[in-house]
Design a protein around this ligand. Structure first.
Ligand SMILES: [Zn+2]
Ligand SMILES: [Zn+2]
Length: 159
């Protein structure tokens, strides 16, 4: 949906409310704030969301943020991802079978499209009779910024 103008804050609030209602959730201030925060912070932990909200709404409670995220997950509005050894992360991109790249050094998380375009994406060597629906793939590695920081710059001009 293209828009000629930058949406005003009021339009954003309406979008959050519409998304909540479409998911069958009652619209509350804290739910709308959590939804808006996830639009600008993909792959945020519950704590990340809380810290972002409390800057704008000092009276927001941690519990209301956690409750809202749980309600969103139950309603299919957010996807939870749990890279091993990291806090659970939340994102609004739920309508596809995308995977994630995770940096083992700084923890950066990046979306990567499904390798073949449709779930379950990967075929196991033996499905043991299971009817497969999804494969969650986490690619672990070092992001470009961390790789650059770890490699001493090449000295130019020497033979
Ligand atoms: Zn990194
Ligand atoms: Zn993602």
């Amino acid at each position: 949906m293209a828009s000629l103008a930058t949406p005003a804050h009021g339009a954003d609030a309406a979008d959050a409310a519409a998304a909540l209602r479409a998911a069958g959730l009652k619209v509350t201030d804290s739910r709308a704030a959590v939804y808006d925060t996830l639009r600008t912070h993909a792959h945020a932990s519950a704590e990340d969301v809380y810290l972002a909200i409390v800057e704008r709404m000092p009276r927001a409670s941690r519990q209301s943020v956690y409750n809202a995220l749980g309600d969103f997950a139950d309603a299919g509005l957010v996807r939870r991802i749990e890279p091993a050894g990291r806090p659970m992360l939340f994102e609004l991109r739920v309508s596809d079978n995308h995977h994630h790249l995770v940096c083992t050094s700084c923890g950066a998380v990046v979306d990567v499209d499904c390798a073949i375009g449709a779930a379950p994406c990967l075929e196991p060597s033996d499905s043991h009779g299971f009817i497969l629906t999804t494969a969650e793939v986490t690619y672990w590695g070092v992001c470009p910024a961390c790789a650059r920081a770890a490699t001493p710059p090449l000295t130019e001009g020497t033979s």
